[in-house]
Design a protein around this ligand. Structure first.
Ligand SMILES: [Zn+2]
Length: 284
């Protein structure tokens, strides 16, 4: 059993999604022979996606659940949706949850586009219950962890930097496949500018740039990151990574680079891996 089709789903919320993000793979019960699984939940601005993931091969072994993110996305309303998802999956094992902001020891420190009520909340405790213990991590970190374990960076030793280009620039840093959590490389200052304004995918549209022109900005940014960290590999993702053949050929870097491989499921997979690893602190 495997992928049986691609379906367009309806608009999820007032914030809206790009058309390509509305396309969701419908996976019915992929099977594998492994026993270690966790429920991964990916909280986005418009939708909350979830699935049960095999910890050994990274496959989604359940149907994918997709719920609209409540508006306003307050802690209590989001926690209610997470509880619904856990209930719908009849799940009792480890749960990993992505969070679109900075998370330290399960506590939300900053969330730019989030309801202010999240600030200082113990998100891991909020999303845990007597049935499940939730591990919470930053969404870009989850995507990076998934790429390191099952995607473009699998098996790569040393420092790997995963960057996602969208409305902003998300970043994750790994060392020998383990996260260095909360690395924030998307707001470095370069030439007196925030690199987000220079090189996010959104700036391509904002400044009416061709792929070649935008790639020159990305190269300038990546050369700076390369200077700072000398990584072994860059993994480049985000919505624009589906057009990678139109801009990766313009990049010239000392560091090898690859397009991200996991795309829509990276958050779910990385969250599940974090829950299984105990890499990010879960509530006591
Ligand atoms: Zn498996």
């Amino acid at each position: 059993m495997g992928r049986v089709g691609r379906h367009l789903i309806g608009r999820l919320g007032p914030t809206g999604l790009a058309d390509d993000e509305l396309e969701v793979d419908i996976v019915v019960g992929q099977t594998c022979h492994h026993a270690t699984t966790a429920l991964g939940i990916d909280i986005g601005g418009s939708g909350i996606k979830a699935g049960i993931v095999c910890g050994q091969c990274g496959r989604l072994v359940s149907q994918r659940t997709l719920m609209p993110t409540p508006q306003p996305a307050t802690p209590d309303l989001v926690a209610a949706v997470v509880a619904d998802i856990v209930g719908a999956q009849a799940w009792q094992g480890p749960v990993g949850v992505t969070f679109p902001g900075l998370i330290l020891d399960g506590v939300a420190i900053v969330g730019v586009n989030l309801d202010p009520a999240w600030r200082g909340r113990d998100v891991a405790a909020l999303l845990s219950s007597d049935r499940v213990k939730a591990t919470v991590l930053n969404d870009a970190d989850a995507a990076g962890l998934a790429e390191a374990r099952f995607g473009a960076a699998r098996g790569v030793a040393g420092v790997v930097i995963v960057l996602t280009f969208g409305s902003g620039i998300g970043s994750a840093m790994l060392l020998d496949g383990r996260l260095i959590p909360n690395a924030e490389l998307g707001h470095l200052e370069l030439d007196g500018e925030d690199v987000q304004d220079l090189a996010a995918a959104a700036s391509k549209d904002k400044y009416h740039l061709s792929f070649e022109q935008w790639a020159a900005r990305v190269e300038h940014y990546l050369t700076f990151v390369e200077f700072l960290f000398s990584p072994k590999l860059f993994v480049l993702g985000g919505g624009i990574s589906q057009d990678h053949d139109q801009w990766l050929p313009y990049l010239h870097l000392r560091t090898p680079f690859k397009p991200a491989e996991l795309r829509n499921d990276a958050g779910i997979i990385g969250a599940a891996m974090a829950a299984l690893d105990g890499q990010v602190k879960a509530p006591a």
